[in-house]
Design a binder for this molecule. Structure first.
Ligand SMILES: [Zn+2]
Ligand SMILES: [Zn+2]
Length: 348
């Protein structure tokens, strides 16, 4: 089968490899239909790759990237009960042990050995993949293969807001109108936030934020966003979601939170960040939390919210390309054009 191996240092090799096969009785083999290109794939491609070594790593690097995918079940191991050949599915890309204290308490997303497809095993920029049944989820009939690829990134934004403890009628500021930021904004609206304020520097992104339900948008180049947030909220934001990933947005997040507010960071920083405004940070008794793939045991809720139209990630699909053009029409284009959201790679 065809697979796109990521060699590091902006190099991806399209190679023919043996199709993966069912190894365990709990395995499900999936013919991949679409796989979305994630910001973290771009990050690894353009910056030093994020390495997540673990005892659970499979095979030998280099690995193919890709962890936001949908497909059709083509074979199941003999213990698989929830799926049969022909089922339409998506999957959680996390690889976890299932035995450590975190796994046993339901927090398998922070398993002591946590790792992820595309970082420590071949991901889904390929034609087939084999997954443990526990990772696989059925797609509802009204979610197609394209929209289904958005469930994983939606889960990252959803998980950040749920983990922040945002309550009904809280105000929520979101820095970064990318995929994660916008799905966090819609989640905050679904929970019943009093207002959602999205801050970015790209007008097209702010326009989409508005279209998808943001109460207010702020262009941080044109306005002093901290002042404007204070004006809109009165005392500052109850919850700030930092989904932009720069020192400036991190500083702004601290400055615009209310006393006792919470800052939930869900961005990946490509350089170390510091707490520059420590007087505010300490003096306001702020809470700083971080999360990444906080969608443990939450995929079913997310699938339902999308199915019911309460979350609309389908608006984030910018275009579709063939696997052979992953680099020239996909990754390289996304690195340059910040008005684009998801490019979906057709894998079958
Ligand atoms: Zn992702
Ligand atoms: Zn574990």
């Amino acid at each position: 089968m065809k697979i796109a191996k990521f060699l590091g240092n902006k190099e991806i090799d399209f190679v023919d490899v043996k199709e993966p096969s069912i190894e365990k009785d709990d395995d499900v083999k999936i013919a991949i239909q679409y796989c979305g290109i994630c910001g973290s794939d771009l990050g690894a491609y353009a910056y030093p790759p994020l390495v997540v070594p673990s005892n659970l790593s499979k095979g030998e690097p280099p690995y193919a990237q890709g962890h936001e995918f949908t497909g059709i079940v083509v074979e199941v191991g003999k213990n698989v009960t929830r799926f049969k050949v022909g089922d339409r599915v998506t999957a959680e890309p996390l690889m976890y042990c299932g035995e450590c204290e975190e796994c046993r308490s339901g927090h398998y997303n922070v398993c002591e050995q946590i790792t992820c497809l595309g970082y420590a095993a071949d991901g889904a920029f390929a034609q087939y993949i084999v997954m443990d049944e526990r990772n696989v989820h059925m797609l509802p009939s009204n979610i197609d293969f394209k929209v289904g690829t958005l469930i994983e990134p939606t889960g990252v934004g959803y998980g950040a807001v749920v983990d922040s403890g945002l309550k009904f009628q809280d105000s929520c500021v979101i820095f970064g109108a990318g995929t994660i930021g916008l799905m966090a904004m819609q989640t905050a609206n679904a929970i019943g936030a009093k207002m959602t304020i999205v801050v970015d520097v790209v007008e097209e992104r702010l326009a989409l934020a508005k279209e998808m339900g943001a109460t207010y948008t702020i262009n941080a180049i044109k306005e002093n966003c901290v002042e404007r947030i204070k004006e809109l909220t009165g005392r500052g934001a109850d919850v700030v979601i930092e989904a932009a990933g720069t020192q400036q947005t991190f500083n702004n997040a601290i400055d615009c939170a209310k006393i006792h507010g919470t800052i939930q960071v869900v961005a990946m920083y490509h350089q170390p960040i510091v707490i520059e405004n420590q007087v505010t940070f300490m003096g306001h008794d702020l809470t700083l939390k971080m999360s990444s793939a906080a969608y443990n045991n939450r995929f079913d809720d997310i699938l339902r919210l999308i199915s019911e139209g309460k979350l609309t990630p389908q608006k984030l699909i910018s275009k579709e390309i063939e696997l052979d053009h992953l680099v020239d029409e996909g990754i390289e284009v996304l690195l340059k054009d910040k008005t684009l959201y998801k490019i979906l790679v057709k894998c079958s």
